[in-house]
Design a protein around this ligand. Sequence first.
Ligand code: NAD
Ligand code: DGY
Length: 323
Amino acid sequence: MSRPFVFIDRPIPAEAEAYIGQYCEYAIWNRREKMPREVLLENMSKAAGLLTAGRKVDQSLLDVSPQLRAVSTISVGYNHFDIEAMKARGVIGTHTPDVLTETVADLVFGLMLSSARRIAELDRYVKEGRWKENDGESLFGVDVHHASLGIIGMGRIGEAIARRAKFGFEMDVRYSGRSRKPEAEERYGAVYMSMEELLKSSDFIVLMTPLTAETEKLIGREQFRLMKSGAIFINASRGRTVDEAALIEALQEGRIRAAGLDVFEKEPVPADNPLLAMPNVVALPHIGSATSRTRFDMAMLAARNLVMAVTGQRPPNVIPELK
Ligand SMILES: NC(=O)c1ccc[n+]([C@@H]2O[C@H](COP(=O)([O-])OP(=O)(O)OC[C@H]3O[C@@H](n4cnc5c(N)ncnc54)[C@H](O)[C@@H]3O)[C@@H](O)[C@H]2O)c1
Ligand SMILES: O=C(O)[C@H](O)CO
């Protein structure tokens, strides 16, 4: 039987590439610079599989990919998949859940601590030689331990955040969402409540939902108005789950104390985005899962998913909507 041809549209670890090479013919775009469209078109015209990390898989890509049977993304989020178009064409979509959960939860705690204790801001202050200006109180932050934490999106990562909050920081955890999560209630004492109640009562609000039609701009002007004065807002989900203009306004008006952001409406975030000029905003370049080990595990899992899908086996991580 001939080996399926797959296209890898970005550099991946040598081990993942070698694994794919054991089962498939492949081409890889092994450079950091933007791939010319002709390269994509040429490879997709014959590819049975695509390994990517964020490329839009929409009708226009499917139209130039007549042989395509599977797309494997090196990410847990798959909002770049047009699920209806993939369903209509019978294209399998896989992602990389679980292997990044703890790494992302660590980063969320980094954002919480940095926002509350002003770590990034005061690091700059010391390095700029301004320590001598210190009058003590002007450096005060707020405590994370024993504070209340509202998690919107109590899924895999949400639960890992709740575990750290409960057992590491003795926080009072609450969550909102479409359905109750009895294990989270049992294990972490998480209290289920409406989003309105959660916004009104939490010192920290962490957004950890996927980006869907339902969660696009889930947090907007009205939600920022409901937040406690002095609340700290953390987003590590996707930039578009928040109305960024409303976030800017809430910070400018001092309605909320600070924001910790790993994701933005537009990425890379433009240098003139007002959020970047605010000392009480911690801004990171979408690095939730970016540790060497986790990125390696994600690439290996995505490679396995792809190989299984194009060799006629059922991969374990088919996205729920395409199961
Ligand atoms: N910043 C990063 O680098 C990074 C890394 C990994 C994941 N993510 C994002 O985090 C998301 C979550 O990952 P996960 O593995 O925990 O997924 P998950 O599917 O396990 O959890 C998502 C949770 O959100 C809930 N949810 C969906 N719609 C909701 C709504 N309207 N209100 C409240 N809750 C809602 C779901 O019920 C589920 O419990 C991913 O889809 C991705 O977008 C970001
Ligand atoms: O969805 C994910 O996995 C991240 O955002 C990318 O690593």
